[in-house]
Structure formats: structure tokens, C-alpha cells
Write a protein that binds this ligand. Sequence first.
Ligand code: NAP
Ligand code: MG
Length: 500
Amino acid sequence: MATLSIDPRVSGRTADFVATDHRMLIDGRFVAAASGKTFPVYNPATGDVITHVPEAEAEDVNRAVEAARRAFDEGPWPRMSPSERGRIMWRIADLIEEHLEEFAELESLDNGKPFSIARVADVPLTVDMFRYMGGWATKITGKTLALSAGQNFHSYTLREPIGVVAQIIPWNFPLLMAAWKLAPAMACGCTIVLKLAEQTPLSGLRLAQIMDEAGLPPGAVNVLTGYGEGAGAPLAAHEMVDKVAFTGSTEVGKLIVHAAAGNLKKVSLELGGKSPAIVFPDADIDHAVKGTASAIFFNHGQCCCAGSRLYIHEKVFDQVVEGVSHVAEGIKLAPGMDPACQMGPLVSDEQYRKVVGYIESGIHEGAKVAAGGPVSGHERGYFVRPTVLTGTNPRMKVVQEEIFGPVVCAVPFGDKDIDAIVKRANDTMFGLAASVWTQNLSLAHKVSRGIRAGTVWVNCHNVFDASLPFGGYKQSGWGREMGEEVLNNYLETKAVTVAL
Ligand code: NAP
Ligand code: MG
């Protein structure tokens, strides 16, 4: 059945899925866009079109939202016992796990990331997310409250699903971002319309099939493929939607806030970052070199929490810069399905141009290239070499703006007091994450307190777990993903008071 030559290394099953006539999931049925329009999906390792998917527009958004509304107001999903809901979520987890290799192939092909990474990170973390959140379905509780207004009252709170939820996700971890959004909302009994990223729709479409196979009732989750303006914007503005949850750029996050104003729907946002990694002179330097290199180069720097500002104490500056540069130069750039691949291409031509543009702007403003640079040596595909810049100053674009590529700015510090380096680390509009590299316990805790960010890692970076809340201070977002905290995004609290 596979007719397109996508990559000879993917299995026949994946090749067949890629070549199918793709359909969106609306109201329990797999459907084309109302207009019949489709748009192309690219393999970023070659730039070739590998398939087409439906292009949802306002009419499809309406159908999906109406289905989710019916499923919430009348359907079984919010009324099911929590244990039944949890069981369906675990079935989804089991099915994803059964198809682990297939999902990892789809992620690699569509996003460009190494297959070897997708199969040990993206897919297992997705499975964990459905299992962990499936467990919460049975543990959502209110409180009983003692009133000071008088003793003749019995008061308690109910935690109820917020309603119809619109979810809009990016392309950097296509399957995992879908799970971060879907699983907690499902556990709470919400119904959902999810819009996948235009660059990476394939794993989400396969997930839609699996959710259907697992027995999810019609309309409980609807999955759309489409562009931000054509599908995302009408979804975020829709009057029948009670809540919108968004992950992506800070710029589009602000558009979501405006779009939500019409019916004052609730909003949660997981946005960009410019996360500092701070290396103190007493750190285990070998460990810090490997860790801070991975902090920026993991997923090709396409992580909202990438350690893109590397502050290094002047005593160890040269040693750490040399070490990280050595790691960068040793990383094997290849298509994600190549077993030798350590870093694949960036997701798209647009991201490629943007990231190369940043490297060039840094050089133009006077930065020095310690490793990498704007030329990849690959004739095809959106490859960017892991790049280390030195000689920057705090006002350069490369230091202030989110690059979302494998580019790190190494900056020396000689500050005597901790407050000064903390202040530098906080000198950004973002506040998503940070890492601290030291063997001094008290220093580690003091810096962790001083950092204005939703996550601080000590002697590690990019450690994620379904149980750990994740999200941003400042312009990095509103609300938290994962952990118990995420349930707040998808629940309302009702206070009930009974006169006895
Ligand atoms: P983006 O434009 O913010 O896209 C994120 C999601 O929002 C996508 O599904 C997108 O659809 C959708 N969208 C776009 N415009 C919309 C609108 N007006 N209303 C509703 N939804 C809309 O991000 P991007 O263009 O893919 O990447 C741009 C930059 O964002 C990156 O370079 C990076 O700096 C940042 N980013 C951050 C994260 C993160 O995790 N924090 C993730 C990805 C990107 P389309 O797919 O059609 O664009
Ligand atoms: Mg976009």
C-alpha cells in the first residue's frame, strides 16, 4: 500500500500509515475536512512531502466543538465512574506501548528527532502520562469546611470538570505534548478538541485511532489537523468552549488570551523560555559539561526549557566552554532514522532559517563561534550544527530571545555574592526553568530560591516526570502542566452549603 518513498528504514506498518488517506476524529468518526482541503506534511531530513492531512477550518472546528459540547452535556464521559475513565486511559497507555516502535518512527519521520531518542523518551513518557493521570481520575476530591458564620451549616466543596476544553499544541514533542494536554483533562471528565501542530500531525492522528480503539465515547476527544490561523484561532475564540490550554510561542500565547476574552473562557499557557544553566567553580566539571551540553542540545534545542544561557564562573570558564564545544563538535548530525544519528534536522525550513538567522545575528553583533556555526554541510534537510557562542553581551538578540535551536550563549561571571548572579539569571522576560551546577548544598538551595522560574534543576537539566509540576513564571505562562497541580487547569470548585 505504501506508495511514497518516505525513508527505507521505517517499517512497512509505519510506511502504510503515513501513506493512508488521513482523517480527523470528530464525534467518534474519522472524517475529511468539510472543504475537502488538505495540506502537505514534510520529512525535515529531506524536505520531501511524505503525505497530506486534512486542513480543518472554522466549519470543522464548529463540528468538533459541538460534538465535544454534546459529549459533555449529555454524553457518558463526564458521567462515567472515575474508575471506568481511568481504565480507558490505561488501555490507551497499553495500546501506545504496544505500538511503541511505530510511534517512535512516526515522531522521527515527522519531527526529525532521532528514532533512538523517541523510543526511550517521547513515547514512554507519553505512556507514563496516561497511566499517571488515569490514576488521578479516582482521586479527585473536595473538602469539608467548618464555617465561622455559624455552626448550623454543613459546607463542602465539589471539584467538577471545567467543561469543553480546546487544546492547541506545538511540534517539538508532538505525541508527548498531546498527552500532557489530553490526559489530565480526560481524568477530570472534560471533553476535548485538540488541534495538532501543522508541522507534525502524524503521531496525533495515530493516537486518535488508538483512543477510538480503546473505547473512548464519541465526542469525548476530537482531534483536528490544521493551521494556527485557520483552525487554532476559531477554536480559541469559540463561544461554546469553556477553557483553552495552549503550548507554543509567547507571541501566539498573547493572541490566545485575546481570543479567549469573548466568553471569558479560562486559559492556561505553557510558553517560551530562555533558561539559564549556572556553573559554579566547585561543580563536578565533567558532569557539568555533559549536563549543560545536553541541556541545550537535547531535542536539537527545540525545548521550551532548553538551557540556552550558560553562565560559567570565570575560574572554570575556558574549561567548560572547551568541554561543551568538544561535545558539540562530536555530535553526529543525520536523519533521525539513521542508527548513527545523535541529532536530526530542525523541524522545518522556517525554523532552520530562524535559527541560522540568530547565529548570523550573534556573529554580526560581535559574538565568537566556539563550536558549530551557520553552515551545516548538509545539502538537503534542515540541519543546524550544535553551536556555542562566546563574547556576547546581555543586550544581544541571541542572549535575550528564544532561539529554539541548538545554540547556546556561554557567559562568564565573577560575582562574589550569590544575589548578583541570580539577578543576571533572572534578567529575562521568561521564567520557565533553570539549572544550577555545584557541589555546595547550601549554595544550590539558595540559588534555587532566588531563581524566578517554575522549575529549578540541581546538577541535572531536562528531567521530566508525570508527577512533577511544570510551567512558567513571568511571560513563560499561566498554570502548571503535570503533577497534581495540572488538575486545577481542568476543574471548577463548587462550594455547597446546607442549613442543618
Ligand atoms: P506557535 O505559532 O506558537 O504554534 C503553536 C501552536 O499554536 C500550533 O498548533 C499553531 O498552529 C497554533 N497557532 C498559531 N497561531 C495561532 C493562532 N493565531 N490562534 C490559535 N492557534 C495558533 O509556534 P511555532 O510557530 O510553531 O514556533 C514558533 C516559535 O515558538 C518557536 O521558534 C519557539 O520559539 C516557540 N515555541 C515554543 C514552544 C514551547 O514549548 N514553549 C513550542 C513550540 C514553539 P500551526 O501549527 O499552524 O502554527
Ligand atoms: Mg506556527
